[in-house]
Design a protein around this ligand. Sequence first.
Ligand SMILES: C[S@@+](CC[C@H](N)C(=O)[O-])C[C@H]1O[C@@H](n2cnc3c(N)ncnc32)[C@H](O)[C@@H]1O
Length: 368
Amino acid sequence: MNDATDSASLSPEHMLGHGFYNKHAQAQAAANRFGLNLIEQAIRRVDLARVGDVFRIADYGAAQGRNSLLPIKTALSVLRAQGATLPVVVAHTDLPTNDWTTLFQTVLSSPESYVVGQPDLFVSASGTSIYQQMFPPEQIAFGYSAITTHWLSRKPADIPGQIWSVRATGAVHERWAHRAREDWYTFLRHRCAELAPSGQLVMVNSGADANGQSGAEPLIDSVNGVLQDMVSEGALGEDEYARMAIPTYYRVAREWREPFDDPEFVRVHPLQLLHYEESALGDVFVDRYDQTGDARAFAQSDAGFFRAAFEPSLFVALRADRSDADRARLIDAFAQRLEGALARDPTSHGTRWVLQLMWIAKGGTRGV
Ligand SMILES: C[S@@+](CC[C@H](N)C(=O)[O-])C[C@H]1O[C@@H](n2cnc3c(N)ncnc32)[C@H](O)[C@@H]1O
């Protein structure tokens, strides 16, 4: 085990369980498709003579596995197309509290899984936080991470009147930015240790545009409004609401790039940023609404998306003395109200997540 510990391994930043995330993560699925081209290029760049007898792939932040199937299948097909016959181990990683049952059922039993028709392929998992080292040194030939590193190792501060780090200001925002900076450096340090010589890392990150916006502010502001209404009516305690900041942070370009422009960091951790690109994700639910005009279906999908990604980390703030039935009733009431707010005005709730695509190489590979 690595000596570093962090509170993330004990905290609720996981996705909503029992397969709920897999069913409601179409936006994240679309984001993963942005990384396929970089995956192909990165796999071709691994020097097979330097990775050892086994080609090890790590999928950092896999959740329930569905959205990892195509990226890993893409990596494998490029690898095998090069004539590489060595055994492959794919390690999916996430928090200990992840829904691992659904992950293994998805990866091992889905007809569209990358395991189908692949000899010499071994699937494994690690329930270790990305903010720790989770593999022995120089093992990983190819790392992949999608929509994960905006989750911080811990919530750095409450945000008065808000639940979203983008809405923090002044000294509170500084505390969030500081935590995000530390976490990004920590993530890269550990990945650098784990990557084999010539190992490659492709990331599809959720971040912010030049104005610091993540693209989800219309949705999140409505969520915040619903929660504040519930406080006014006494359904939610002021103390509970005050603790409700979601522990994600949306880095701007300068923040993503900083470690690679830091000579001291790259001298000790020889990582090179080969490719950096920003994109905005279209809103699949608004597109469907434009075609069907079905506001109720839009609201159910959008609320489902929000709940899948954020419900566990938001409602951990509820008082510990609430019964399970009481918690379930409150969360259900929240979901109904959110659906109502979204159904009243689908088009102004469009979410255009900002994505940062990154291709990182270990060693002295020249930039492309
Ligand atoms: C939005 S999901 C992305 C899942 C998948 N890669 C996808 O693209 O759909 C983010 C994942 O990051 C995981 N996560 C959050 N903090 C983490 C940490 N400190 N260590 C490992 N995984 C973490 C969550 O549990 C969740 O499964």
